[in-house]
Design a protein around this ligand. Structure first.
Ligand code: TEU
Ligand code: CA
Length: 566
Protein backbone atom coordinates (compact mmCIF):
# COMPACT_ATOMS: atom_id res chain seq x y z
CA UNK A 1 0.00 0.00 0.00
CA UNK A 2 1.30 3.48 -0.94
CA UNK A 3 0.19 7.04 -1.34
CA UNK A 4 -2.17 7.43 1.60
CA UNK A 5 -1.80 10.86 3.21
CA UNK A 6 -0.98 9.37 6.59
CA UNK A 7 1.89 7.32 5.19
CA UNK A 8 3.60 10.48 4.05
CA UNK A 9 2.67 12.53 7.11
CA UNK A 10 4.74 13.96 9.92
CA UNK A 11 2.49 13.87 12.98
CA UNK A 12 3.09 16.19 15.93
CA UNK A 13 1.55 15.29 19.28
CA UNK A 14 0.16 18.13 21.37
CA UNK A 15 -0.61 17.96 25.07
CA UNK A 16 -3.04 20.89 25.07
CA UNK A 17 -2.63 21.78 28.71
CA UNK A 18 1.08 22.46 28.25
CA UNK A 19 1.41 23.70 24.68
CA UNK A 20 0.45 27.37 24.54
CA UNK A 21 -1.84 29.50 26.68
CA UNK A 22 -3.61 32.12 24.56
CA UNK A 23 -5.76 33.75 27.27
CA UNK A 24 -3.25 33.97 30.10
CA UNK A 25 -4.92 31.76 32.72
CA UNK A 26 -1.88 29.46 33.02
CA UNK A 27 -3.47 26.59 31.08
CA UNK A 28 -2.81 25.80 27.43
CA UNK A 29 -5.86 25.95 25.16
CA UNK A 30 -7.23 25.42 21.64
CA UNK A 31 -6.72 29.06 20.62
CA UNK A 32 -3.11 28.59 21.72
CA UNK A 33 -2.74 25.72 19.28
CA UNK A 34 -4.23 27.81 16.48
CA UNK A 35 -1.67 30.55 17.17
CA UNK A 36 1.20 28.11 16.76
CA UNK A 37 0.10 26.40 13.55
CA UNK A 38 2.49 28.39 11.38
CA UNK A 39 5.35 27.33 13.63
CA UNK A 40 4.33 23.69 13.16
CA UNK A 41 3.87 24.05 9.42
CA UNK A 42 7.36 25.53 9.18
CA UNK A 43 8.76 22.59 11.15
CA UNK A 44 7.41 20.24 8.47
CA UNK A 45 4.45 18.93 10.43
CA UNK A 46 1.51 17.83 8.28
CA UNK A 47 -0.90 16.56 10.97
CA UNK A 48 -1.41 17.13 14.66
CA UNK A 49 -2.74 14.71 17.25
CA UNK A 50 -4.17 16.48 20.29
CA UNK A 51 -4.64 14.69 23.58
CA UNK A 52 -8.19 14.86 25.01
CA UNK A 53 -9.86 18.30 25.10
CA UNK A 54 -13.27 17.00 26.26
CA UNK A 55 -15.07 18.17 29.38
CA UNK A 56 -13.43 16.47 32.32
CA UNK A 57 -12.73 16.80 36.05
CA UNK A 58 -9.05 16.52 34.94
CA UNK A 59 -8.10 13.75 37.33
CA UNK A 60 -5.88 12.39 34.51
CA UNK A 61 -5.71 15.66 32.54
CA UNK A 62 -8.64 14.88 30.30
CA UNK A 63 -8.36 11.11 29.81
CA UNK A 64 -11.18 11.03 32.36
CA UNK A 65 -14.00 12.28 30.14
CA UNK A 66 -17.28 13.47 31.67
CA UNK A 67 -18.87 14.66 28.42
CA UNK A 68 -17.65 13.49 25.04
CA UNK A 69 -19.68 16.13 23.20
CA UNK A 70 -18.18 19.26 24.72
CA UNK A 71 -14.82 20.96 25.04
CA UNK A 72 -13.43 21.47 28.53
CA UNK A 73 -14.08 25.06 29.56
CA UNK A 74 -10.42 25.75 30.27
CA UNK A 75 -9.48 24.67 26.71
CA UNK A 76 -12.16 26.66 24.90
CA UNK A 77 -15.42 25.91 23.12
CA UNK A 78 -16.76 23.72 20.34
CA UNK A 79 -16.42 26.78 18.10
CA UNK A 80 -12.70 26.89 18.90
CA UNK A 81 -12.45 23.26 17.88
CA UNK A 82 -14.22 24.02 14.59
CA UNK A 83 -11.90 26.99 14.07
CA UNK A 84 -8.90 24.76 14.70
CA UNK A 85 -10.09 22.29 12.06
CA UNK A 86 -10.65 25.12 9.58
CA UNK A 87 -7.27 26.72 10.28
CA UNK A 88 -5.52 23.38 9.88
CA UNK A 89 -7.27 22.58 6.62
CA UNK A 90 -6.47 26.05 5.29
CA UNK A 91 -2.80 25.11 5.75
CA UNK A 92 -3.27 21.68 4.23
CA UNK A 93 -2.79 20.07 7.63
CA UNK A 94 -4.91 17.43 9.38
CA UNK A 95 -6.42 16.93 12.82
CA UNK A 96 -6.23 13.65 14.72
CA UNK A 97 -8.20 13.56 17.96
CA UNK A 98 -7.79 11.28 20.93
CA UNK A 99 -10.62 8.79 21.35
CA UNK A 100 -11.03 7.45 24.87
CA UNK A 101 -13.07 4.26 24.67
CA UNK A 102 -11.87 2.20 27.61
CA UNK A 103 -13.25 4.28 30.48
CA UNK A 104 -14.98 7.51 31.43
CA UNK A 105 -14.73 9.79 34.41
CA UNK A 106 -16.67 8.72 37.50
CA UNK A 107 -18.44 12.06 37.00
CA UNK A 108 -19.80 11.04 33.59
CA UNK A 109 -23.63 10.86 33.74
CA UNK A 110 -23.48 7.15 32.77
CA UNK A 111 -21.43 6.32 35.84
CA UNK A 112 -23.47 8.56 38.13
CA UNK A 113 -26.48 6.53 37.02
CA UNK A 114 -24.67 3.21 37.05
CA UNK A 115 -23.65 3.38 40.68
CA UNK A 116 -27.18 4.25 41.86
CA UNK A 117 -28.62 0.73 41.96
CA UNK A 118 -28.06 -2.79 40.64
CA UNK A 119 -31.01 -2.47 38.24
CA UNK A 120 -30.23 0.98 36.89
CA UNK A 121 -30.38 1.00 33.04
CA UNK A 122 -26.73 2.15 32.99
CA UNK A 123 -25.53 -0.44 35.52
CA UNK A 124 -24.00 -2.66 32.81
CA UNK A 125 -22.16 0.19 31.14
CA UNK A 126 -19.42 -0.52 33.69
CA UNK A 127 -17.89 -3.57 35.35
CA UNK A 128 -19.35 -4.35 38.77
CA UNK A 129 -18.44 -7.37 40.92
CA UNK A 130 -19.10 -8.62 44.43
CA UNK A 131 -16.12 -8.80 46.81
CA UNK A 132 -14.27 -11.97 47.67
CA UNK A 133 -14.60 -12.67 51.43
CA UNK A 134 -14.13 -9.04 52.38
CA UNK A 135 -11.39 -8.62 49.74
CA UNK A 136 -11.65 -7.08 46.28
CA UNK A 137 -12.95 -9.50 43.58
CA UNK A 138 -9.38 -10.15 42.36
CA UNK A 139 -5.85 -9.15 43.40
CA UNK A 140 -5.04 -7.50 40.05
CA UNK A 141 -2.89 -4.37 40.09
CA UNK A 142 -3.87 -1.18 38.29
CA UNK A 143 -1.46 0.54 35.85
CA UNK A 144 -1.23 3.42 38.30
CA UNK A 145 -0.51 1.12 41.27
CA UNK A 146 -2.98 -0.23 43.85
CA UNK A 147 -6.00 -2.41 43.16
CA UNK A 148 -8.03 -2.32 39.94
CA UNK A 149 -11.15 -2.47 42.15
CA UNK A 150 -12.84 0.25 44.15
CA UNK A 151 -15.57 -0.48 46.66
CA UNK A 152 -18.77 1.49 46.24
CA UNK A 153 -20.96 1.77 49.30
CA UNK A 154 -24.28 2.55 47.63
CA UNK A 155 -24.80 -1.00 46.37
CA UNK A 156 -21.94 -2.81 48.14
CA UNK A 157 -20.21 -3.81 44.89
CA UNK A 158 -16.75 -3.06 43.51
CA UNK A 159 -16.17 -1.39 40.12
CA UNK A 160 -13.16 -1.98 37.95
CA UNK A 161 -10.63 0.72 37.04
CA UNK A 162 -7.34 -0.25 35.41
CA UNK A 163 -6.18 3.39 35.66
CA UNK A 164 -7.18 5.82 38.43
CA UNK A 165 -10.20 5.16 40.63
CA UNK A 166 -11.86 8.18 39.06
CA UNK A 167 -11.73 6.35 35.71
CA UNK A 168 -14.12 3.40 35.83
CA UNK A 169 -13.69 0.92 32.95
CA UNK A 170 -16.53 0.60 30.47
CA UNK A 171 -18.12 -2.76 29.77
CA UNK A 172 -17.60 -3.40 26.06
CA UNK A 173 -19.61 -6.62 26.26
CA UNK A 174 -22.67 -4.41 26.48
CA UNK A 175 -24.08 -3.63 22.98
CA UNK A 176 -25.87 -0.52 24.28
CA UNK A 177 -22.58 0.96 25.41
CA UNK A 178 -21.03 0.16 22.06
CA UNK A 179 -23.86 1.90 20.22
CA UNK A 180 -23.37 5.02 22.35
CA UNK A 181 -19.68 5.05 21.45
CA UNK A 182 -20.40 4.71 17.72
CA UNK A 183 -22.82 7.61 17.91
CA UNK A 184 -20.11 9.74 19.46
CA UNK A 185 -17.49 8.72 16.90
CA UNK A 186 -19.85 9.52 14.04
CA UNK A 187 -20.49 12.90 15.56
CA UNK A 188 -16.77 13.74 15.37
CA UNK A 189 -16.51 12.30 11.88
CA UNK A 190 -19.27 14.64 10.78
CA UNK A 191 -17.52 17.53 12.46
CA UNK A 192 -14.65 16.95 10.04
CA UNK A 193 -11.80 15.44 12.03
CA UNK A 194 -9.24 13.59 9.91
CA UNK A 195 -8.41 10.78 12.26
CA UNK A 196 -8.34 9.22 15.70
CA UNK A 197 -5.67 8.05 18.08
CA UNK A 198 -7.53 5.38 19.99
CA UNK A 199 -6.50 5.49 23.61
CA UNK A 200 -5.71 2.36 25.60
CA UNK A 201 -7.60 0.25 23.05
CA UNK A 202 -5.71 -2.90 24.03
CA UNK A 203 -7.72 -3.00 27.23
CA UNK A 204 -11.32 -2.98 25.96
CA UNK A 205 -11.73 -6.65 26.75
CA UNK A 206 -11.16 -8.23 30.18
CA UNK A 207 -10.94 -11.81 31.35
CA UNK A 208 -14.44 -12.26 32.75
CA UNK A 209 -13.39 -15.39 34.64
CA UNK A 210 -11.63 -12.98 37.01
CA UNK A 211 -9.00 -15.39 38.32
CA UNK A 212 -6.87 -14.46 41.34
CA UNK A 213 -3.11 -14.61 40.93
CA UNK A 214 -0.42 -16.14 43.09
CA UNK A 215 0.59 -13.31 45.44
CA UNK A 216 4.12 -11.88 45.22
CA UNK A 217 5.89 -11.60 48.59
CA UNK A 218 5.86 -8.04 49.91
CA UNK A 219 3.09 -6.98 47.53
CA UNK A 220 -0.63 -6.68 47.91
CA UNK A 221 -1.55 -6.77 44.22
CA UNK A 222 -0.22 -8.58 41.18
CA UNK A 223 0.63 -6.91 37.87
CA UNK A 224 -1.16 -9.32 35.52
CA UNK A 225 -1.87 -6.97 32.63
CA UNK A 226 -2.64 -9.84 30.24
CA UNK A 227 -5.97 -10.26 32.08
CA UNK A 228 -7.04 -7.00 30.48
CA UNK A 229 -4.71 -6.47 27.51
CA UNK A 230 -4.79 -7.54 23.84
CA UNK A 231 -7.42 -10.23 24.34
CA UNK A 232 -9.11 -11.76 21.27
CA UNK A 233 -12.48 -9.97 21.69
CA UNK A 234 -10.79 -6.59 21.26
CA UNK A 235 -10.51 -7.33 17.56
CA UNK A 236 -14.24 -8.08 17.27
CA UNK A 237 -15.02 -4.76 18.95
CA UNK A 238 -12.73 -2.83 16.62
CA UNK A 239 -14.23 -4.36 13.51
CA UNK A 240 -17.78 -3.80 14.64
CA UNK A 241 -16.89 -0.22 15.50
CA UNK A 242 -15.38 0.35 12.05
CA UNK A 243 -18.45 -1.10 10.36
CA UNK A 244 -20.64 1.42 12.20
CA UNK A 245 -18.31 4.40 11.89
CA UNK A 246 -14.97 4.78 10.09
CA UNK A 247 -15.71 2.51 7.14
CA UNK A 248 -17.71 5.26 5.48
CA UNK A 249 -14.70 7.61 5.64
CA UNK A 250 -11.86 6.10 3.61
CA UNK A 251 -9.50 9.04 4.22
CA UNK A 252 -9.84 9.03 7.99
CA UNK A 253 -6.86 7.51 9.76
CA UNK A 254 -7.07 5.39 12.91
CA UNK A 255 -4.06 4.83 15.12
CA UNK A 256 -4.51 2.36 17.94
CA UNK A 257 -2.56 2.70 21.16
CA UNK A 258 -1.85 -0.83 22.34
CA UNK A 259 0.39 -1.17 25.36
CA UNK A 260 1.94 -4.62 25.61
CA UNK A 261 1.16 -5.50 21.98
CA UNK A 262 3.61 -8.01 20.53
CA UNK A 263 4.60 -8.19 16.88
CA UNK A 264 1.87 -10.82 16.34
CA UNK A 265 -0.68 -8.56 18.02
CA UNK A 266 0.43 -5.67 15.84
CA UNK A 267 -0.17 -7.76 12.73
CA UNK A 268 -3.66 -8.54 13.99
CA UNK A 269 -4.51 -4.94 14.77
CA UNK A 270 -3.18 -3.46 11.56
CA UNK A 271 -2.58 -5.94 8.73
CA UNK A 272 -3.71 -4.28 5.47
CA UNK A 273 -6.40 -6.89 4.87
CA UNK A 274 -7.95 -6.95 8.36
CA UNK A 275 -9.86 -3.68 8.46
CA UNK A 276 -8.92 -2.72 12.00
CA UNK A 277 -6.43 0.13 12.45
CA UNK A 278 -4.11 1.81 9.95
CA UNK A 279 -1.24 2.05 12.39
CA UNK A 280 -0.39 1.06 15.92
CA UNK A 281 1.44 2.77 18.74
CA UNK A 282 3.25 -0.08 20.47
CA UNK A 283 5.78 0.19 23.28
CA UNK A 284 8.43 -2.41 22.45
CA UNK A 285 11.35 0.06 22.22
CA UNK A 286 10.28 2.34 25.07
CA UNK A 287 11.29 0.60 28.27
CA UNK A 288 14.34 -1.49 27.40
CA UNK A 289 16.23 -0.15 30.40
CA UNK A 290 14.12 -1.44 33.28
CA UNK A 291 15.20 -3.83 36.02
CA UNK A 292 11.99 -5.09 37.67
CA UNK A 293 13.80 -7.36 40.14
CA UNK A 294 15.53 -4.34 41.71
CA UNK A 295 12.24 -3.11 43.19
CA UNK A 296 9.38 -5.60 42.92
CA UNK A 297 7.07 -3.26 44.85
CA UNK A 298 6.75 -0.78 41.96
CA UNK A 299 5.46 -1.33 38.40
CA UNK A 300 8.38 -2.11 36.06
CA UNK A 301 8.77 1.28 34.44
CA UNK A 302 9.86 2.83 37.76
CA UNK A 303 13.05 0.71 37.79
CA UNK A 304 16.15 1.00 35.61
CA UNK A 305 19.45 -0.34 34.37
CA UNK A 306 21.83 0.83 31.64
CA UNK A 307 20.44 0.50 28.11
CA UNK A 308 22.02 -2.28 26.06
CA UNK A 309 21.98 -0.87 22.52
CA UNK A 310 21.65 -4.37 21.06
CA UNK A 311 18.20 -4.65 22.67
CA UNK A 312 17.10 -1.43 21.01
CA UNK A 313 18.40 -2.59 17.64
CA UNK A 314 16.62 -5.93 18.02
CA UNK A 315 13.40 -4.04 18.64
CA UNK A 316 13.92 -1.78 15.61
CA UNK A 317 14.62 -4.78 13.44
CA UNK A 318 11.71 -6.79 14.75
CA UNK A 319 9.16 -4.13 13.80
CA UNK A 320 10.85 -2.68 10.72
CA UNK A 321 11.32 -6.07 9.07
CA UNK A 322 8.42 -7.91 10.67
CA UNK A 323 5.83 -5.38 9.54
CA UNK A 324 7.31 -4.54 6.14
CA UNK A 325 4.75 -4.95 3.38
CA UNK A 326 2.07 -6.05 5.87
CA UNK A 327 1.45 -3.23 8.33
CA UNK A 328 2.22 0.47 8.20
CA UNK A 329 4.38 1.36 11.17
CA UNK A 330 4.63 4.38 13.46
CA UNK A 331 8.00 5.64 14.64
CA UNK A 332 8.25 7.70 17.80
CA UNK A 333 10.55 8.30 20.76
CA UNK A 334 8.29 9.92 23.24
CA UNK A 335 4.85 11.08 24.19
CA UNK A 336 3.02 12.54 27.18
CA UNK A 337 3.47 9.26 29.11
CA UNK A 338 7.23 8.87 28.69
CA UNK A 339 10.24 10.54 30.24
CA UNK A 340 11.96 12.95 27.82
CA UNK A 341 14.05 11.03 25.31
CA UNK A 342 17.28 12.99 25.90
CA UNK A 343 17.05 12.21 29.63
CA UNK A 344 16.02 8.62 28.98
CA UNK A 345 18.19 7.17 26.18
CA UNK A 346 20.37 10.22 25.52
CA UNK A 347 22.17 12.80 27.62
CA UNK A 348 21.36 15.99 29.51
CA UNK A 349 25.09 16.85 29.49
CA UNK A 350 27.08 19.28 27.38
CA UNK A 351 26.53 17.20 24.24
CA UNK A 352 22.74 17.23 24.50
CA UNK A 353 22.17 18.96 21.20
CA UNK A 354 24.43 16.72 19.12
CA UNK A 355 22.88 13.75 20.89
CA UNK A 356 19.37 15.03 20.14
CA UNK A 357 20.24 15.22 16.45
CA UNK A 358 21.61 11.70 16.54
CA UNK A 359 18.45 10.38 18.21
CA UNK A 360 16.32 12.06 15.55
CA UNK A 361 18.44 10.54 12.78
CA UNK A 362 18.50 7.00 14.18
CA UNK A 363 14.73 6.89 14.38
CA UNK A 364 13.18 9.10 11.74
CA UNK A 365 15.17 7.63 8.85
CA UNK A 366 13.30 4.36 9.48
CA UNK A 367 10.08 3.27 7.79
CA UNK A 368 6.67 4.33 9.10
CA UNK A 369 5.03 7.59 10.08
CA UNK A 370 6.95 9.79 12.53
CA UNK A 371 4.99 10.97 15.55
CA UNK A 372 7.00 13.60 17.35
CA UNK A 373 6.05 14.95 20.73
CA UNK A 374 5.96 18.65 21.58
CA UNK A 375 9.32 19.93 22.79
CA UNK A 376 11.27 17.01 21.37
CA UNK A 377 12.29 19.24 18.45
CA UNK A 378 14.11 21.61 20.82
CA UNK A 379 15.50 18.99 23.18
CA UNK A 380 13.28 19.47 26.22
CA UNK A 381 14.44 17.38 29.18
CA UNK A 382 13.17 15.78 32.36
CA UNK A 383 12.51 18.04 35.33
CA UNK A 384 13.50 17.43 38.94
CA UNK A 385 10.99 19.16 41.18
CA UNK A 386 12.20 19.16 44.76
CA UNK A 387 8.77 18.84 46.37
CA UNK A 388 6.15 16.20 45.76
CA UNK A 389 3.56 18.98 45.81
CA UNK A 390 5.02 20.47 42.62
CA UNK A 391 3.90 17.34 40.75
CA UNK A 392 0.47 17.03 39.18
CA UNK A 393 0.14 13.53 37.71
CA UNK A 394 -2.39 11.29 39.47
CA UNK A 395 -0.17 8.27 38.72
CA UNK A 396 2.59 9.71 40.92
CA UNK A 397 0.31 10.13 43.90
CA UNK A 398 -1.15 6.62 43.69
CA UNK A 399 2.35 5.21 43.40
CA UNK A 400 3.61 7.25 46.35
CA UNK A 401 0.70 6.12 48.51
CA UNK A 402 1.28 2.46 47.59
CA UNK A 403 5.02 2.60 48.39
CA UNK A 404 6.01 5.30 50.89
CA UNK A 405 2.48 5.21 52.33
CA UNK A 406 2.80 1.48 53.02
CA UNK A 407 6.38 1.62 54.32
CA UNK A 408 7.83 -0.18 51.26
CA UNK A 409 10.17 2.62 50.16
CA UNK A 410 11.56 5.88 51.51
CA UNK A 411 10.53 9.33 50.36
CA UNK A 412 14.02 9.95 48.92
CA UNK A 413 13.97 6.73 46.91
CA UNK A 414 10.57 7.51 45.43
CA UNK A 415 11.55 11.08 44.55
CA UNK A 416 14.44 9.70 42.54
CA UNK A 417 12.11 7.30 40.73
CA UNK A 418 9.76 10.18 40.00
CA UNK A 419 12.60 12.37 38.72
CA UNK A 420 13.66 9.69 36.28
CA UNK A 421 10.43 8.11 35.18
CA UNK A 422 7.33 10.17 35.88
CA UNK A 423 4.99 11.33 33.16
CA UNK A 424 5.17 14.92 34.41
CA UNK A 425 8.65 15.01 32.88
CA UNK A 426 6.89 15.29 29.55
CA UNK A 427 4.19 17.67 30.72
CA UNK A 428 6.03 20.82 31.79
CA UNK A 429 5.07 23.83 29.65
CA UNK A 430 6.44 24.10 26.13
CA UNK A 431 9.50 26.37 26.14
CA UNK A 432 8.81 29.08 23.59
CA UNK A 433 11.28 31.76 24.73
CA UNK A 434 13.42 32.95 27.65
CA UNK A 435 10.66 35.25 28.86
CA UNK A 436 8.89 34.55 32.18
CA UNK A 437 7.14 31.16 32.20
CA UNK A 438 9.10 30.32 29.06
CA UNK A 439 6.69 32.39 26.99
CA UNK A 440 4.05 29.70 27.53
CA UNK A 441 1.73 31.97 29.48
CA UNK A 442 1.60 35.41 31.04
CA UNK A 443 0.64 33.98 34.41
CA UNK A 444 1.74 31.15 36.70
CA UNK A 445 1.25 27.88 34.75
CA UNK A 446 -0.68 24.89 36.13
CA UNK A 447 2.64 23.02 36.43
CA UNK A 448 6.06 24.63 36.84
CA UNK A 449 8.29 25.36 33.89
CA UNK A 450 11.54 23.43 33.55
CA UNK A 451 14.23 25.83 34.86
CA UNK A 452 16.41 25.14 31.79
CA UNK A 453 14.07 27.22 29.58
CA UNK A 454 16.55 30.14 29.51
CA UNK A 455 18.94 27.97 27.47
CA UNK A 456 16.49 25.67 25.74
CA UNK A 457 13.66 27.40 23.91
CA UNK A 458 12.12 27.80 20.46
CA UNK A 459 13.05 31.44 19.96
CA UNK A 460 16.74 30.83 20.52
CA UNK A 461 16.78 27.82 18.23
CA UNK A 462 14.89 29.49 15.41
CA UNK A 463 17.65 32.11 15.32
CA UNK A 464 20.57 29.73 15.41
CA UNK A 465 21.24 27.89 12.21
CA UNK A 466 22.87 24.79 13.72
CA UNK A 467 20.15 24.26 16.35
CA UNK A 468 18.34 21.00 17.00
CA UNK A 469 15.13 22.62 15.80
CA UNK A 470 16.67 23.51 12.44
CA UNK A 471 18.08 20.01 12.19
CA UNK A 472 14.59 18.54 12.65
CA UNK A 473 13.31 20.80 9.88
CA UNK A 474 16.03 19.69 7.53
CA UNK A 475 15.55 16.03 8.41
CA UNK A 476 11.81 16.15 7.77
CA UNK A 477 12.36 18.00 4.49
CA UNK A 478 14.72 15.29 3.31
CA UNK A 479 12.40 12.53 4.44
CA UNK A 480 9.31 14.04 2.86
CA UNK A 481 11.01 14.48 -0.50
CA UNK A 482 12.60 11.02 -0.63
CA UNK A 483 10.18 8.16 -1.38
CA UNK A 484 12.88 5.59 -0.54
CA UNK A 485 13.04 6.91 3.01
CA UNK A 486 9.27 6.66 3.32
CA UNK A 487 8.60 3.36 1.54
CA UNK A 488 11.95 1.61 1.20
CA UNK A 489 12.85 -1.58 3.03
CA UNK A 490 15.06 -1.72 6.10
CA UNK A 491 18.17 -3.77 6.60
CA UNK A 492 20.08 -3.79 9.88
CA UNK A 493 23.84 -4.35 9.95
CA UNK A 494 26.26 -4.89 12.84
CA UNK A 495 23.51 -6.28 15.03
CA UNK A 496 25.93 -7.30 17.75
CA UNK A 497 27.87 -4.06 17.92
CA UNK A 498 27.30 -2.32 21.26
CA UNK A 499 27.95 1.25 20.15
CA UNK A 500 26.62 2.03 16.73
CA UNK A 501 23.42 1.66 14.73
CA UNK A 502 23.91 0.95 11.03
CA UNK A 503 21.08 0.30 8.59
CA UNK A 504 20.10 0.86 5.00
CA UNK A 505 16.83 1.84 3.40
CA UNK A 506 16.36 0.84 -0.21
CA UNK A 507 14.01 0.34 -3.09
CA UNK A 508 14.52 -0.31 -6.80
CA UNK A 509 15.84 3.19 -7.38
CA UNK A 510 18.05 4.10 -4.45
CA UNK A 511 19.79 3.03 -1.26
CA UNK A 512 20.48 5.16 1.79
CA UNK A 513 22.81 4.25 4.63
CA UNK A 514 22.33 5.52 8.15
CA UNK A 515 25.21 5.32 10.62
CA UNK A 516 24.93 6.59 14.19
CA UNK A 517 27.21 6.43 17.21
CA UNK A 518 24.73 6.08 20.06
CA UNK A 519 26.98 6.98 22.99
CA UNK A 520 29.42 9.54 24.36
CA UNK A 521 32.58 7.76 23.18
CA UNK A 522 34.86 7.59 20.16
CA UNK A 523 34.40 4.39 18.17
CA UNK A 524 35.88 2.74 15.12
CA UNK A 525 33.59 0.72 12.84
CA UNK A 526 34.25 -1.52 9.86
CA UNK A 527 31.58 -0.98 7.24
CA UNK A 528 30.45 -4.45 6.05
CA UNK A 529 31.74 -5.57 2.63
CA UNK A 530 28.36 -5.68 0.94
CA UNK A 531 27.98 -1.92 1.32
CA UNK A 532 29.73 -0.09 -1.52
CA UNK A 533 31.66 2.87 -0.07
CA UNK A 534 32.60 4.46 -3.43
CA UNK A 535 30.45 7.07 -5.18
CA UNK A 536 28.39 8.08 -2.20
CA UNK A 537 26.86 11.42 -1.24
CA UNK A 538 26.49 12.65 2.33
CA UNK A 539 22.97 14.03 2.67
CA UNK A 540 22.73 14.71 6.41
CA UNK A 541 25.14 14.87 9.33
CA UNK A 542 25.05 16.31 12.84
CA UNK A 543 28.69 17.30 13.42
CA UNK A 544 30.79 17.48 10.27
CA UNK A 545 31.15 16.42 6.66
CA UNK A 546 32.73 13.03 6.70
CA UNK A 547 33.57 10.85 3.72
CA UNK A 548 32.45 7.23 3.79
CA UNK A 549 35.34 4.79 4.10
CA UNK A 550 35.65 1.11 4.86
CA UNK A 551 36.86 2.01 8.33
CA UNK A 552 35.07 4.87 10.06
CA UNK A 553 36.25 6.74 13.18
CA UNK A 554 33.15 8.23 14.69
CA UNK A 555 32.91 11.10 17.15
CA UNK A 556 30.64 10.82 20.20
CA UNK A 557 26.97 10.85 19.10
CA UNK A 558 27.94 11.30 15.46
CA UNK A 559 25.16 10.70 12.91
CA UNK A 560 25.65 10.32 9.15
CA UNK A 561 23.25 9.64 6.29
CA UNK A 562 24.59 8.77 2.83
CA UNK A 563 23.02 8.08 -0.50
CA UNK A 564 24.90 5.12 -1.93
CA UNK A 565 25.94 4.64 -5.57
CA UNK A 566 25.01 8.19 -6.31
O1 TEU B 1 -2.11 5.38 28.20
C1 TEU B 1 -2.36 4.03 28.21
C2 TEU B 1 -1.20 3.25 28.61
O2 TEU B 1 -0.07 3.70 28.64
C3 TEU B 1 -1.50 1.88 28.95
O3 TEU B 1 -2.60 1.56 28.23
C4 TEU B 1 -0.41 0.97 28.61
O4 TEU B 1 -0.98 -0.07 27.92
C5 TEU B 1 0.24 0.45 29.84
O5 TEU B 1 0.86 1.51 30.52
C6 TEU B 1 1.21 -0.67 29.54
O6 TEU B 1 2.48 -0.22 29.30
C7 TEU B 1 -3.16 6.15 27.80
C8 TEU B 1 -2.79 7.60 27.83
O7 TEU B 1 -1.75 7.83 26.92
C9 TEU B 1 -2.46 8.00 29.23
O8 TEU B 1 -2.03 9.34 29.32
C10 TEU B 1 -3.69 7.80 30.08
O9 TEU B 1 -3.40 8.04 31.43
C11 TEU B 1 -4.24 6.39 29.93
O10 TEU B 1 -4.31 5.95 28.58
C12 TEU B 1 -5.63 6.33 30.47
O11 TEU B 1 -6.49 7.01 29.62
CA1 CA C 1 -5.66 29.28 28.73
Amino acid sequence: MRGKWWQEAVIYEIYPRSFYDANGDGIGDLQGIIQKLDYLKDLGVTAIWICPFYRSPMDDNGYDVSDFYSVAEEYGTMDDLKALIAELHKRDMKLIVDLVLNHTSDEHPWFIESRKSVDNPYRDFYIWRKGNNGQPPTNWESFFGGSVWEYDETTGYYYMHIFSKKMPDLNWRNPKLRQEMYRMINWYLELGVDGFRVDAVAHLSKNWEFPNHEPIPGKEYVACYHEFSNRPEVHDYIREMNAHTMNRYPDVVTIGEAGGASLEDTLKYCAYDRNEFHMLIQFDHCWLDTDPSSAPYVPDKWTWKALDLRDLKRSFKKYQQGLYGKVWNTIYWSNHDQPRILSHYGTEGEQWEVCGKMLATVLYMQGGTPIIYQGEEIGMMNVKFEHLTDYRDVEIFTLYEETVGKGLASHEEMMERIHRRSRDNARTPMQWSDEPYAGFSTSEPWIKVNPNYKQINVEEQLKREDSLLNYYKKLFRIRQSTPTLIYGDFKLYLEHDENVVLYTRSDKEETYMILCNFFDRHVTVEIPEDIEVQNVTLILSNIRDCALQRQMHLLPYEALVYRLNA
